[in-house]
Design a binder for this molecule. Structure first.
Ligand code: ADP
Ligand code: MG
Ligand code: ZN
Length: 480
């Protein structure tokens, strides 16, 4: 940050172009497989390699998935669509054109509702079109190798309207889009495997202005966190340029994750540079009303709806419900385990607050059998163990796959409720901690907390914390 720059005088305008790989078994214009991680060039054919005379045939599943995504994103479907060629030369594109859609995409005019900074906002979607992916260049010791496996893998490109104003809104949009695509099963959305990729368009303007400024585009960012960081950096860079008396130029940039900066890739090409024209090898296609209704009727419950169900059925706070409903895996897991316990709020808190701390690997966390985590909630909810013991049992469950009843029994972790036993522990702690008591008498009220902590410690963390607090208070009163 530069102290002479008035960053607060500007606001950013942000639009996202997201590419999602569709979950089809075969490619968009041939029958080659789309499996991730296959040995290089084992999933390609003359169509993928762009050999002369090879002709593309549209995979109908691609249309079904594109329509499903479009409906989930509240778009209008175009009944009549065409394929266009986008021409450019690059070694990962053997045909020297990409089959995409320009004027008549599958769908237009949709929206996603997001929540950012506790404020709800509707972000417009300009269009959704289908296109094929390019191959991959693999750079290795002094050579660049080309893997054509990804050529012709089907994608949808989802283009937002320039409706976002902050990096946080863009992150919320991306998260929401991802969860909708996951729930519909349209894409597996693995940003680290490239099945969800994001290009970010950013411009700035003076607060209060309504026109748009010149934008830059940052290509191919591969995580939500980097997307937000790249946007923040780019906003700052543009403001400093303008405040320094210079102009933002229309260009394509890349985000350098290590340095946390964006750098110039190329001066931006415009649509004319691509010499778009209708693909003569592929007929136009129409999407019938029957087909649209059939797909609409197969629509699964989407994340917003799912979250509402969680608040209603289980009394969860809205934010917790939304987080649990953000991926089908967590939503299904929560729902199955919640059906087995009377304490769904404890379950939500274990899943949202404790499990992520214990294990960064979500798949591993969700491998705990529903029965076991539900039993743990019951033990805690019914007061048989306290919440701090519950955390350590959860950790143990993850390591040993054991049922919590067995862990609690074997380790003797049952909560101590008997006031007599607790009182004797309190008395012992008081006798051994005269200093804390005199601190308390001298007005250091925090000393009471430390006494409670010591009693908890003396009972191996097993005493009922409410009873301990009450008895410590009683004893202190007696002394005073
Ligand atoms: P292109 O084909 O050159 O990428 P598009 O018109 O398809 O251009 O727009 C791409 C993205 O840029 C969209 O997500 C749109 O919302 C966004 N966008 C358009 N104008 C601006 C602007 N001035 N500032 C920020 N984003 C913008
Ligand atoms: Mg673009
Ligand atoms: Zn092929």
């Amino acid at each position: 940050m530069n102290n002479n720059v008035n960053y607060g005088a500007y606001e950013a305008v942000i639009g996202l172009e997201v590419h999602a790989e569709l979950k089809t078994k075969t490619k968009i214009f041939c029958s080659c497989k789309t499996d991730f991680g296959a040995p290089p060039n084992t999933q390609c054919c003359p169509v993928c390699a762009g050999l002369p005379g090879a002709l593309p045939v549209l995979n109908e599943k691609v249309i079904d998935l594109a329509v499903l995504a479009s409906l989930a994103l509240n778009c209008e479907i175009n009944g009549f669509c065409i394929h266009d060629r986008k021409n450019y030369f690059y070694p990962d594109l053997p045909k020297a054109y990409q089959i995409s859609q320009l004027d008549l995409p599958v769908a237009e005019n949709g929206y996603i509702d997001i929540t950012s900074d506790k404020v709800e906002k509707r972000i417009g979607i300009e269009r959704i079109h289908i296109e094929e992916d390019a191959g991959k260049l693999v750079h290795s010791e002094g050579a660049t190798l080309i893997d054509l496996n990804r050529c012709g893998v089907p994608l949808i490109e989802i283009v937002s309207k320039p409706d976002m104003r902050t990096a946080a809104e863009a992150a919320a949009y991306l998260e929401k889009l991802r969860s909708i695509l996951l729930f519909t099963g349209v894409s597996d959305c693995k940003m680290n495997e490239g099945s969800l990729r994001c290009d970010v368009n950013v411009s700035i303007r003076k607060k209060g202005d309504t026109g748009f400024g010149i934008r830059t585009e940052i290509k191919n960012i591969n995580s939500v966190a980097y997307t937000a960081k790249a946007i923040d950096y780019e906003i700052k860079r543009q403001i400093e340029l303008v405040e320094g008396g210079m102009a933002v130029e229309r260009e394509t940039r890349r985000y350098d994750e290590k340095k946390g900066i964006t750098t110039l890739m190329r001066k931006k090409e415009s649509a004319e540079d691509y010499r778009y024209f209708t693909d003569p090898d592929l007929p136009p296609f129409s999407i019938s009303e029957e087909r649209i209704s059939r797909i609409r009727s197969s629509m699964p419950i989407l994340p917003d709806e799912r979250a509402k169900g969680f608040t209603k059925l289980f009394g969860l706070a809205e934010g917790d419900a939304k987080r649990l409903a953000s991926s089908p895996d967590t939503a299904d897991y929560f729902e199955a385990a919640a059906a087995m316990t009377d304490y769904p709020k404890i379950l939500a808190s274990l899943m949202l607050c404790e499990l992520p701390v214990i294990s960064a690997d979500e798949d591993q966390a969700l491998s705990i059998p529903h029965r076991n985590i539900a039993d743990l909630c019951n033990l805690q909810g019914s007061g048989k163990i306290n919440s701090s013991v519950s955390k350590s049992v959860l950790r143990e469950m993850l390591e040993t796959c054991e049922n919590p009843h067995i862990i609690v029994k074997e380790k003797g972790l049952m909560q101590i409720d008997d006031p007599e036993i607790i009182l004797s522990a309190v008395k012992k702690v008081f006798a051994e901690n005269q200093k804390a008591i005199s601190d308390y008498q001298n007005g250091k009220t925090a000393a009471a907390k430390s006494l409670v902590g010591r009693v908890m410690g003396a009972t191996g963390g097993r005493a009922n914390p409410t009873t301990v607090a009450r008895l410590v208070e009683d004893e202190l009163k007696k002394i005073n």
